[in-house]
Design a protein. Structure first.
Length: 132
């Protein structure tokens, strides 16, 4: 009975997850907008809708040549984009979140197509939250 419960549609919930796309050239035109569809490139299945986009200049920690201390280096020619995607998914106890049969996990590398914007990007899922 426990197995049936784990895969039943009753476990359908809505989640939002953030995908971080790093080291994007600021001069490239990424036309992703709120409302765009997100599609996983491996199996061409929809994995949600864009609900938020945030950008910042790329940052990394480096060692100063003069002081040997760690310093935050900001590269204004590159940017990091954080795209929040919302989707209905199935939750399998002890296994995680599944969207159209595809598991979504924090730390996972993802290649996502945004067909509405004619854009494909490689990024990493950095968070997943249940939507209330």
């Amino acid at each position: 009975w426990d197995i049936i419960k784990k895969i039943s549609p009753d476990n359908e919930i809505t989640v939002s997850y953030i995908v971080e796309f790093q080291n994007l050239n600021v001069h490239d035109n990424y036309n992703i907008v709120v409302g765009d569809t997100a599609v996983e490139s491996l199996d061409d299945k929809q994995i949600g809708e864009v609900i938020s986009i945030k950008k910042r200049s790329s940052q990394k920690w480096t060692t100063s040549n003069n002081t040997d201390k760690m310093e935050l280096y900001i590269d204004y020619s590159q940017e990091t984009m954080f795209v929040t995607i919302e989707v209905k998914c199935n939750y399998k106890e002890g296994d995680g979140y599944y969207v159209n049969g595809r598991q979504i996990t924090v730390g996972e590398n993802m290649e996502i197509i945004f067909p509405d914007s004619n854009t494909t990007l490689n990024g990493r899922c950095i968070s997943i939250e249940k939507v209330k």
